[in-house]
Design a protein around this ligand. Structure first.
Ligand SMILES: Nc1ncnc2c1ncn2[C@@H]1O[C@H](COP(=O)(O)OP(=O)(O)OP(=O)(O)O)[C@@H](O)[C@H]1O
Ligand SMILES: [Mg+2]
Length: 231
């Protein structure tokens, strides 16, 4: 498999010596205690932050060589909170595609199908959505740009169990059937183990340990990871 993302010795105020690769069509999970720098790392990957030192490559080219809007459509991000903007669900979904002048109602319906919302939701106001529905719309809004890489920051933390199950299934489909590459922060260790093929363990701004998910969970090397897994 090809390396789609390469992170080489990246440092900034909040993370240091970050070094890892992501293979195309794989799901990498990030675990670690609160304040470890997980979100800070994710933000470096679609240029919400920039490194002070080191470099990040997307398909072999440095991130800052891409026009920023194009980069952010290709490397999409979803947060724990949906952050929808006022208006209808369609207003939210079409925002990204319209920048490329690509939008029609059929796309909207397909996106809603993907996140299992009824098609009459297109014209619905976002004010009236439940938390789980908001998160589905936020996800659909990111998928509307057809990103190759998805950065997910605790997207299932605030969801009920049924919606979590559904979301995990969606992630599985995106990776295994559509070839998307996912980097996902989760506080749920079972989820990190269940979904990941590769895992980064962050501690105090560094990647303390990384490797194949099953091995990392089964044979942690550092005391910090052993301690963290024992909870
Ligand atoms: N906007 C900011 N300005 C200054 N410091 C920040 C900012 N955001 C985070 N930090 C600090 O950077 C460090 C890493 O924070 P980060 O949010 O990346 O951790 P995290 O691993 O995502 O934690 P959590 O699991 O709680 O989300 C913490 O010490 C935090 O206090
Ligand atoms: Mg965080």
């Amino acid at each position: 498999m090809n390396k789609i993302i390469e992170v080489k010795n990246v440092n900034n105020e909040r993370v240091s010596d970050i070094h890892f690769d992501m293979l195309e069509g794989s799901l990498t999970t990030i675990i670690g205690p609160s304040g470890a720098g997980k979100s800070s790392l994710l933000m470096l990957l679609n240029r919400l932050e920039d490194p002070d030192r080191g470099e990040i490559l997307f398909k072999g080219k440095k991130l800052d060589e891409f026009p920023i809007n194009k980069l952010r459509r290709n490397i999409g991000m979803v947060f724990q909170q949906a952050h929808l903007f006022n208006g209808t669900i369609e207003d939210n979904l079409k925002f990204g595609p319209l920048l490329e002048k690509k939008w029609n109602e059929k796309m909207g319906i397909q996106l809603l199908e993907k996140v299992q919302l009824p098609r009459d939701f297109l014209t619905k106001d976002v004010e009236n959505l439940s938390g789980g529905e908001e998160q589905r719309v936020a996800f659909a809004r990111t998928l509307a740009n057809n990103p190759e890489v998805l950065l997910l920051d605790e997207v299932t933390s605030a969801l009920d169990m049924r919606t979590v199950d559904w979301m995990e299934e969606l992630l599985h489909t995106l990776v295994n059937e559509e070839g998307k590459t996912i980097l996902m922060i989760t506080h749920d260790l079972k989820q990190a183990k269940r979904l990941g093929s590769y895992t980064l363990f962050m501690n105090e701004g560094k990647i303390e340990e990384q490797g194949e998910t099953k091995k990392l969970f089964q044979w942690p090397k550092s005391d910090a990871l052993k301690h963290f897994l024992e909870g």
